[in-house]
Write a protein that binds this ligand. Sequence first.
Ligand code: FES
Length: 107
Amino acid sequence: MYVCVCNAVTEDDVHGCMAGGCTTAKAVKAACGFKPGCGSCTKRIHAMVSEYRTASELADALTGGPLALSAVPEPALAEAPGPTAGPAAPAPIMPETEGGAETPTAA
Ligand code: FES
């Protein structure tokens, strides 16, 4: 599909420029050989460059590319509380009754 009718530039042409290293609309226009025209394509080219940059940054983050994420360190096992450490045991839920309370039985 044509992005710029005045210069006969297609979406594939713009994508090719961005894949070739163009990171701004101005660079894309220069690489595609844009000549002054009506200007109605400028907004679309800016949007395409913005979408491409966002996708590239996301891909870099997911694949460990130039914007690699730093790893979150594992907590040290020696610092983990043992069975004797930690908060006190909770109070019983059922209050004790006098005279022996009936215990539920399986039917
Ligand atoms: S459509 Fe691109 S300059 Fe006219």
